[in-house]
Design a binder for this molecule. Structure first.
Ligand code: DX5
Ligand code: ZN
Length: 224
């Protein structure tokens, strides 16, 4: 049976408890951590940057899944991304809506050059159609199932059709990308995304927090 990759998002963590959260995830055999970077510009929230990333990668060996919800202004894509190229950075996602065409192409080139998986995300209001021509060059597509900016929001069901469509396009064309979903994953919605054919499941508030007593059970459900 298919095993899904689980990438817990630390966005909603209490940062005074981050070490304990990461230790619990390690103990539960989690391999990926989803790292949400926000800029108060593309999204109405501000999170963290390269420094906390380096604290994590210097102390743990998680594969880091960077989700950049940012517009790049006043920097080249290369200069903006350079500080994020660190040990164990497995994948970087940027948003189709946040980049102009030239930036998008530089982003994909930058990832290839640095041997990092290039991933593009689309918001709930963006159709798969818009990114069609980039699909052959991408290693992952992140389908947002909430409007980016905050953890703990409700799942938007329309994302299921996009996951199915991305699978169809992938199979028909023999493309290589994986399909990832982010936002609103919980006890009810995880089954829906599994059935729709996702490969990587991001979960924030469902997995992180001191109130979660059955972490390993939750992870094993998500893993399938
Ligand atoms: C939202 C972030 C998500 C968020 C998910 O903009 O990209 O990764 O942390 O949190 P939940 O799983 O609580 O929706
Ligand atoms: Zn995210």
């Amino acid at each position: 049976m298919k095993k899904y990759i689980i990438a817990p998002s630390i966005l909603t963590a209490n940062f005074l408890e981050l070490k304990s959260d990461l230790d619990k995830l390690k103990k539960a055999k989690i391999e990926w951590i989803h790292y949400d970077v926000m800029d108060y510009n593309f999204v109405p929230n501000l999170s963290f940057g390269p420094k906390i990333l380096s604290d994590i990668v210097n102390n743990y060996n998680f594969k880091m899944d960077l989700h950049l919800m940012v517009k790049v202004v006043g920097f080249s894509i290369e200069d903006y991304l350079k500080p994020f190229v660190q040990k164990n950075v497995e994948q970087i996602t940027m948003h189709y809506e946040a980049l102009n065409k030239r930036q998008l192409i530089s982003f994909i080139k930058f990832c290839k050059k640095n041997k990092i998986k290039a991933s593009l995300s689309i918001n709930p209001d963006t159709e798969v159609n818009k990114i069609k021509k980039y699909l052959p060059s991408l290693e992952n597509i992140l389908v947002m199932s909430v409007n980016p900016g905050f953890g703990g929001q409700s799942f938007i069901k329309n994302s299921l059709n996009k996951i199915k469509l991305l699978n169809e396009i992938k199979n028909n064309n023999n493309y290589q990308y994986l399909i990832q979903v982010d936002g609103g994953i919980n006890e009810e919605t995880y089954k829906l995304v599994q059935e729709a054919g996702v490969d990587i499941i991001v979960a924030g508030s469902y997995l992180i927090g001191s109130n979660i007593k059955n972490l390993e059970e939750r992870i094993s459900k998500l893993e399938g």
